[in-house]
Design a protein around this ligand. Structure first.
Ligand code: AMP
Length: 621
C-alpha cells in the first residue's frame, strides 16, 4: 500500500490512503496490465516501453523462468520447455486437450490424464495454473515497479464463456502469484467499462471482439451507470488467422496456376498474407510477391474473398440480438475489441448491419485492460463505492434432473448473475429418506443431452408418504459464475450442499455447439419431453391401481376387474413406443374404467372414518 501525501486547503499536509490496484487482461497470446495514474487509467509498459507481454513462459534448469518476450526465442530453440497459449489449457484435462489439438510440442505426464495437464519441463512438472501464475507474477512486478509500491488488489479479465472451473483456475493462479483478486471480470464487460468512462453512454451496447483466433459478441445494457449483460455469443474458431488463410489460399491458387503444380499454404505464405492483411487496413491495395511472382490485392477483392467470414460474425450478432429480444434499432453503441477489428472490411460490415459507426477510439488491444484497471480502482475504494455495479449472465441453463430423466431448468441461460433461484421438489416413494440430486447444464430437455456438473444426496429426510416432503433446492451463482447448489428438507431443516467446480472442457465452441444442438433439436426434444411426462403419469396411475387392487380387490366385480386389466395392458403396451397423445388417451380410458372402483373405495374410506361418530359431530369438526 502506498501513502500519497496531499496538500490540505490552508497548507497543512495530510496523508491520504491511496490503495494500489491494477487490472490485468490475461490473454491467450498477450497480456496487459493497467492502473489508474493521475486520474486516468493507463496501460503500464515494461522498462523498454512495451505494453504487450507475450503470454509465454520458458522454464530453465536451475534458473528462474523467462516470461514474455525473453521467452519467445524458446518457442523455436526449446519448444518442450517453452509454454505458450496456456490459457487454452485452463480447466481442461490432458485427454480433452489431446482431442482438441492434434499437435502439442510438450512432454506430458501421461499418468495424470484425467486431471489438469501436467507438463514435464527441465524445471519440474508444471500445470496451467502454475504457468498462468508466472505470467501474472511478471505483470504484477511490472506494475509494482511502475507504481512504486506493493499491490493491494487486482481485477483479472476472463472470456465471458469461461466456465466455473476455468474461472476457478484463474483465481488459483492469481493466489499462487500472491495477488489479491478483487474480482474476475468478463472481457466484454471490461471493454464497456473502458468506454463508459469516456462517454457515459446510456442504452444498449454491443461488444464486438474479433481477436487472432476467437470471436465473441456481448450485448450489454447500461442504465444510470449500471451495466448488465443481456446476452452473449461467439465462435472459438474464428479470428484474424482465418483472414490470413484466405489470402494465403488466394496466393497459393495463383502460384499453382502459374507453375501448373499444386502449391500449398506454408508458414512463409502465411507471413506474407498476414503482412498484406495489415497493410490493407491502411492502404486501398497491397502488392504481394513470392519468389518471382507478384500481384496486387485490392481492398475490394479482399472484401469479396472474406465475405463468408465477415458474414459469420454478423450472423452471431443477429443471434445475440434475438436472444435478448432486441433489434438493431435498439443498439446505441458498438464497441470494437481485438486486433482484427482494425480491418476496414469488418468495421464496414458492422456499421452496415447496425446502421451506425462502431466505437474505435480506444486501441482495440488495450480496451479490455483499461476497463479492468478502472474497475480495480473502484473496487479497491479509490473511487466512490457505488460508481457502478457490474452484472453478467450465465451462458448456459442450469438445472436438475427430475423423474424420467427430464431436466428442470432452475436458472435459465442468459440470466443475470449473481443470482439465487429456488424451487421445491418432493419425494417419489412412501417413506423415502434419501434423495439424489443431479445438477446439469445445457439447453436440452433430456438429461442425456445435457452436461453433468455434479451429483449429491440429501439424507435424513423424515419418512413421509410420497409427495408430502418439501425439499427446497436453491441454485446460487456468484459474481464469478461459481455455482453452489443446496437442498433442504423444510420440516426437519436437514440440508446438503455442493459447490460446483464442474468437470473440465467446456470452451465457447462447446457452448455454441450445445446451443446449436438445442435449436436444431427443439421440436424433437419437446416431443421427447411430452412422451416422457405422459409415461411418468401412466406409470404412476398403473402403480396406484395395482396398490388399490391389492388392498380392496373385494370391491371389484369380475367384469369390471377384467376391463381394468385390459386397459392397464393397453397402456403398458403403449409405454413401449406410442406417442404422447396415444398415451394420454389410454390414461383417460383407464381412469374411466377404474372410476367406479375409485368411487367405491372413497365411499368405504368415508364410511370407516364416520363409524361411531354422529353426523352433528362430523359437521362441527
Ligand atoms: P488480438 O488477439 O486481439 O491481439 O488480435 C490479433 C489479430 O489481429 C491478428 O490476427 C492480427 O493479424 C490482427 N491485426 C492486428 N492489427 C491488425 C491490422 N492493422 N489490420 C488487420 N488485422 C490486424
Amino acid at each position: 500500500m502506498a501513502l500519497l501525501q496531499i496538500q490540505e486547503p490552508g497548507g497543512k499536509t495530510a496523508k491520504a490512503l491511496h490503495r494500489l490496484a491494477v487490472g490485468i487482461d490475461l490473454g491467450t497470446t498477450n497480456s496487459l496490465v493497467a492502473a489508474s495514474c493521475g486520474g486516468s487509467v493507463e496501460i503500464l509498459p515494461d522498462t523498454d516501453g512495451d505494453y504487450l507481454l507475450p503470454s509465454i513462459v520458458r522454464y530453465r534448469e536451475g534458473q528462474p523462468a523467462l516470461v514474455g518476450k525473453e521467452a519467445k526465442l524458446g518457442l523455436i530453440e526449446d519448444a518442450e520447455n517453452t509454454l505458450s497459449s496456456i490459457k487454452r489449457f485452463l480447466g481442461k484435462s490432458l485427454t480433452e486437450l489431446k482431442t482438441q489439438n492434434k499437435y502439442l510440442p510438450y512432454k506430458f505426464d501421461e499418468s495424470r490424464s484425467d486431471t489438469s495437464p501436467a507438463i514435464v519441463t527441465v524445471d519440474g512438472v508444471k500445470d496451467p495454473v502454475q504457468v498462468s501464475a508466472d505470467i501474472l507474477r511478471k505483470l504484477a512486478k511490472r506494475a509494482e515497479q511502475c507504481l512504486k509500491g506493493p499491490l493491494d488488489g487486482t481485477v483479472i479479465t476472463v472470456p465471458a464463456y469461461f466456465n466455473d472451473s476455468q474461472r476457478q483456475q484463474t483465481r488459483d493462479a492469481a493466489r499462487l502469484a500472491g495477488l489479491n483478486v478483487l474480482r474476475l471480470l468478463n472481457e466484454p464487460t471490461a471493454a464497456a467499462v473502458a468506454y463508459g468512462l469516456d462517454s457515459k453512454d446510456q442504452g444498449n451496447i454491443v461488444i464486438f471482439d474479433l481477436g487472432g483466433g476467437t470471436f465473441d459478441v456481448s450485448l450489454l445494457s447500461l442504465q444510470k451507470g449500471v451495466f448488465e449483460v443481456l446476452a452473449t455469443g461467439g465462435d472459438t474458431s474464428l479470428g484474424g488467422d482465418d483472414f490470413d488463410y484466405v489470402i494465403a489460399d488466394w496466393v497459393a491458387a495463383q502460384l499453382s496456376s502459374k507453375t501448373e503444380s499444386e502449391f500449398t499454404v506454408n508458414a512463409q505464405l502465411l507471413q506474407i498474407a498476414n503482412a498484406a492483411k495489415h497493410q490493407l487496413s491502411f492502404d486501398e491495395s497491397v502488392q504481394l510477391s513470392f519468389d518471382d511472382w507478384s500481384a496486387s490485392l485490392s481492398r475490394e477483392e479482399f472484401a469479396k474473398l472474406t465475405e463468408k467470414l465477415v458474414s459469420k460474425t454478423i450472423n452471431t450478432c443477429r443471434r445475440v440480438l434475438r436472444d435478448a429480444s432486441l433489434s438493431v434499432e435498439d443498439i446505441d453503441n458498438i464497441v470494437m475489441v481485438g486486433g482484427s477489428t482494425r480491418m476496414p472490411v469488418v468495421r464496414e460490415a458492422v456499421a452496415k448491419y447496425f446502421n451506425k459507426a462502431p466505437l474505435t477510439n480506444i486501441d482495440p488491444d488495450k480496451v479490455v485492460a483499461v476497463g479492468a484497471g478502472i474497475q480495480a480502482d473502484v473496487l479497491i475504494g479509490n473511487k466512490p463505492a457505488d460508481s457502478f455495479l457490474l452484472l453478467d449472465v450465465n451462458p448456459l441453463s442450469l438445472g436438475i434432473e427430475t423423474m424420467g430423466e427430464l431436466v428442470e431448468k432452475i436458472i435459465p441461460r442468459n440470466t443475470t448473475i449473481p443470482v439465487v433461484r429456488a424451487q421445491e421438489f418432493t419425494t417419489f416413494k412412501d417413506g423415502q429418506t434419501v434423495m439424489s440430486f443431479h445438477v446439469v447444464q445445457g439447453e436440452r430437455e433430456l438429461v442425456t443431452d445435457c452436461r453433468s456438473l455434479a451429483r449429491f444426496e440429501l439424507r435424513g429426510i423424515p419418512p413421509m408418504v410420497a409427495g408430502a416432503a418439501k425439499i427446497k433446492v436453491s441454485f446460487q451463482v456468484d459474481a464469478d459464475g461459481l455455482l453452489s447448489v443446496a437442498a433442504q428438507e423444510l420440516s426437519s431443516g436437514t440440508k446438503a450442499e455442493v459447490q460446483v467446480k464442474p468437470s473440465y472442457g467446456l470452451d465457447s465452441g462447446a457452448i455454441e455447439q450445445m446451443l446449436q444442438d438445442s435449436y436444431d433439436n427443439a421440436q424433437t426434444d419437446m416431443e421427447a419431453r411430452s412422451i416422457k411426462e405422459a409415461q411418468i403419469e401412466a406409470r404412476q396411475l398403473i402403480s396406484a391401481i395395482a396398490n388399490a387392487r391389492s388392498v380392496d380387490e373385494s370391491l371389484l366385480p369380475i367384469d369390471e376387474s377384467r376391463r381394468i386389466e385390459i386397459a392397464v395392458d393397453e397402456l403398458e403396451a403403449a409405454l413401449i413406443d406410442a406417442g404422447s397423445n396415444q398415451i394420454h388417451a389410454l390414461i383417460e380410458k383407464l381412469n374411466l374404467v377404474s372410476g367406479d372402483f375409485a368411487a367405491r373405495r372413497m365411499d368405504l374410506t368415508i364410511a370407516e372414518a364416520l363409524r361411531g361418530e354422529s353426523i352433528d359431530k362430523v359437521n362441527s369438526q
